[in-house]
Structures are given as structure tokens and as C-alpha cells.
Design a protein around this ligand. Structure first.
Ligand code: SF4
Length: 227
């Protein structure tokens, strides 16, 4: 598989925040969010070939039971299904972190879906050459519904500005999603940026009945990789 990095850390976002987890980050993405926090998997993808056996050896060495398969977009990785089958055979709790634009019949325990809002479209970046394809692909409600039906799920929205709530409400309604599984996460690559947005985002979460999720890894480690 084309892998960007593997590391052992704690989950920094979502319902399993704080849980020690092995991260397997695939390289490559079909989107180009302008604020992407892992550009080394999307805008300038880096990769190394790692076999499933090598990945399983890493999991066996470090995992305490939780593995997060992330990206990039892990659902476009050709071996994503056999990878999750191998993780299942190892009795791992499997979280898949995806933007929800591509379906694959993976093994999973938590589908962490982060539908991308219009705030992600790269109109100004790289001369705007990715804007049209990103805008066309970024929200695929039929795919998200399929993923929601596969295992437990969470819908995690990256929020840049207060007006993003209009889109989020519309998506939650269209998907008939469980409000308790909707999470609002502040955009930001530094603790300062995250804190600034978290002030008003917490109030919105309280009003809407959505959950606020921190970015614990940003608080603890900043924009550092592999942590
Ligand atoms: S979907 Fe994720 S990895 Fe892909 S460009 Fe957006 S933030 Fe980056």
C-alpha cells in the first residue's frame, strides 16, 4: 500500500479522543481542501510502499487495541478492504477517517465521516485548478448514507466560520443523521487558531445539541507530524 506514515499516539479528535491508537495514514486524496492539515497526503503526496504484513507487524508491536486508518482518503487505497480484514482478524477496534466521497465494503467499528463544506474549496490555491473537481466531489450524500449503515458512525464537520452552520444543519437534515453523532471541530493548525474558534463554536454546539470536539493533538503537539 502507499503509506504516508504510521505512528502510535492518542486519538486527538472525535468520540474516542484520548484513546491510545496506532495510526495508519494512507497517501493520496481525491479532494484538495485549501486548509488541508496533511498536505503531504494530498497537495504534495509523499508515499512509501508498505505491505500488509509490514503494517500488521507494526500494529502487533504497538497497538493496545485501537487502530485508526486515516489519510489522505483511505477509501481510495486499493488494499483498504484487505487491510481492514487483517485488522479485524487481529481483533483491533477499527476507526476509518474519511471525507465520505467513496464507498468500499471495509471492516470497521467507527466510521468517522468528515463531509467537506464549501469552506474547503480551494478557489485561490494553485491558481484554483482543483476548485471545480473539489466542489463537484466534496459532498456525496448517497455515499455517506452507505457508510453510515456499515458500522457506528460520527459526522465530524470542520468549522471555519459561524455561517458554516447553515450548511451543517442542511446536511444533517438531508442525511437524517443522529444529532448526538454530529461533531463540530474548529479549523486550525495551531493551538491559538483552534482556541480562537473554539470560543464561539462551543456556544453553537450548546445551541444546536451537537457535540464539540477538540483537536487535542494540535493543543499538545501543534502542527508536528507523526504524533
Ligand atoms: S479530504 Fe482530508 S486529506 Fe483530503 S484534502 Fe481534505 S483535509 Fe486533506
Amino acid at each position: 500500500m502507499n503509506i504516508s506514515e504510521t505512528f502510535y499516539s492518542i486519538q486527538g479528535e472525535g468520540g474516542l479522543v484520548g484513546v491510545p491508537s496506532v495510526f495508519i495514514r494512507t497517501s493520496g486524496c481525491n479532494l484538495r481542501c485549501h486548509w488541508c492539515d496533511t498536505p503531504y497526503t494530498s497537495w504534495e503526496p509523499e508515499k512509501k510502499e508498505q505491505s500488509l504484513d509490514e503494517l500488521m507487524a507494526y500494529v502487533r508491536r504497538f497497538s493496545r487495541g485501537h487502530v485508526v486508518v486515516t489519510g489522505g482518503e483511505p477509501m481510495i487505497a486499493p488494499d483498504i478492504v484487505p487491510l481492514t480484514q487483517r485488522l479485524r482478524a487481529e481483533k483491533q477496534h477499527i476507526t476509518i477517517e474519511t471525507a465520505g466521497t467513496v464507498f468500499a465494503p471495509v471492516e470497521c467499528d467507527l466510521m468517522s465521516i468528515s463531509p467537506k463544506l464549501s469552506n474547503s474549496t480551494p478557489v485561490a490555491r494553485d491558481g484554483g485548478r482543483w476548485a471545480e473537481s473539489h466542489e463537484r466531489l466534496r459532498y456525496q450524500p448517497d455515499v455517506i448514507r452507505q457508510l453510515m449503515g456499515l458500522c457506528d458512525y460520527q459526522l465530524k464537520f470542520v468549522v471555519v466560520m459561524e455561517s458554516d452552520l447553515l450548511e451543517i444543519r442542511a446536511i444533517v437534515q438531508e442525511l437524517a443523521a443522529d444529532v448526538a453523532k454530529v461533531q463540530l471541530m474548529p479549523e486550525g493548525r495551531t493551538a491559538g487558531e483552534v482556541h480562537e474558534r473554539s470560543r464561539w463554536l462551543v456556544e453553537i454546539a450548546k445551541d444546536e445539541g451537537y457535540r464539540y470536539t477538540p483537536r487535542l493533538h494540535v493543543d499538545l503537539f501543534g502542527p508536528q507530524r507523526g504524533v
